[in-house]
Design a protein around this ligand. Structure first.
Ligand SMILES: [Zn+2]
Length: 145
C-alpha cells in the first residue's frame, strides 16, 4: 500500500491496516507511567467510576485537533466531562433517519441517559476544519464530494 487515501484503499489494504499491532513503544511507556502514578494515586476514584458509572455534569463537543485539550482547559478530572470530538466541533442537524449520526447520538445519550446540565461546543483558533468549510463554501477550494 503506497497511497493511504481512503478512496484508493482496496479490501485487502483495509484488512492490513486494521490488523492489530503492538502499541508504539513511547505510548506503552507513557501508559505504564500513568498506571504507576496517576492511576495508582486515584485507584479508588477509578474503581468507583467503573462500578457506579459516570455522572458527568457537562458534555463538550470539541475539535479533533491535537492542540485542543478540553479536560486540561477546564481543569477537569476523569468523569467530569462527557467528551465528543469531531473535525471543527461540528453539530449537524438532528435527523432520525437511520443513517449514522455520531454527534447526534452522543448528544442524545448525554442529555437523555446521563442528564448532563451543560452542553459546550468548544471552538479554537486556527481550526483547519473551519477553514476548510469556509474555503469550500466560498468557492476557494473544491469540495470533497
Ligand atoms: Zn479544529
Amino acid at each position: 500500500m503506497t497511497d493511504a487515501s481512503p478512496s484508493r484503499l482496496t479490501g485487502s489494504d483495509h484488512a492490513t491496516a486494521l490488523r492489530a499491532r503492538p502499541l508504539p513503544r513511547f505510548l506503552a511507556d507513557r501508559y505504564r507511567g500513568w498506571r504507576a502514578t496517576t492511576y495508582a494515586d486515584n485507584k479508588g476514584w477509578h474503581r468507583r467510576l467503573a462500578e457506579e458509572g459516570q455522572r458527568p455534569r457537562i458534555m463538550a463537543i470539541a475539535c479533533c485537533d491535537s492542540r485542543v485539550n478540553v479536560n486540561q482547559v477546564f481543569s477537569a478530572e476523569t468523569g467530569d466531562i462527557f467528551l465528543h470530538r469531531n473535525i471543527a466541533s461540528l453539530v449537524p442537524p438532528y435527523a432520525p433517519d437511520g443513517d449514522p449520526h455520531g454527534t447526534s447520538a452522543a448528544v442524545e445519550y448525554a442529555v437523555r441517559m446521563l442528564r448532563v446540565a451543560h452542553l459546550l461546543v468548544v471552538g479554537h483558533s486556527d481550526c483547519g476544519g473551519v477553514q476548510g468549510c469556509h474555503d469550500m463554501c466560498s468557492g476557494a477550494s473544491a469540495s470533497l464530494g
